[in-house]
Design a binder for this molecule. Structure first.
Ligand code: ZN
Length: 180
């Protein structure tokens, strides 16, 4: 996984739980990187997962919830770093629909071999978007959080139902988004 993701994770931990918690995480996990990241470098996925697991024990929040919270936080970090992507899209659904075809294409230019998930969007009606998520990493909760971050950015109220999930043995996750 790219360093940019680890940097965002480090920021979230320091913002929400303090630098002491970050230090404690590093002591627990003892990552090879030493907890110092460069945004374009690759670091092992296992390093992030170990840190999420350790953080879950420290703060007493279940892993899927933490991953979702991280997704929402990461939207803020990425949107600040690359504000053009949300500026180019007039509304929430347009933004979500642009992730796979537009944003991920740009990410591929910026980062070598980024290993991105596949997001297939289908607008059922003006208030309903079906998002099919596929990734060997099965980080659908991260996707849920990123979607929440985007909804907040567009000031949209919505509900999400996770109708199919790779964690339940399906070959994909299906997230149904309904706006009010
Ligand atoms: Zn899922």
């Amino acid at each position: 996984m790219k360093g940019v993701v680890f940097i965002a994770f480090n920021q979230m931990v320091e913002d929400q739980s303090g630098i002491d918690t970050w230090e404690r995480l590093l002591e627990t996990v003892t990552p090879l990187s030493g907890g110092v990241y460069t945004s374009v470098e690759n670091y092992p996925d296992s390093e992030l997962f170990s840190m999420v697991e350790a953080l879950s024990k420290i703060v007493g929040i279940p892993i899927p919830t933490l991953i979702e919270q991280f997704g929402a936080y990461m939207f803020g970090v990425l949107n600040k770093k690359y504000p053009l992507f949300s500026k180019q899209q007039k509304d929430f659904f347009s933004f979500i629909k642009s992730i796979d075809g537009v944003i991920h294409q740009e990410v591929k230019k910026l980062y070598d071999n980024p290993n991105l998930p596949n997001l297939d969007c289908k607008e059922i009606d003006p208030n309903t978007l079906a998002v099919t998520y596929r990734s060997p990493r099965k980080l659908c909760f991260l996707a849920e959080g990123l979607i929440r971050g985007a909804a907040k950015h567009y000031q949209v109220n919505y509900s999400l139902s996770h109708d199919l999930c790779m964690h339940d043995g399906h070959d994909r996750c299906l997230l149904m988004l309904t706006t009010e």
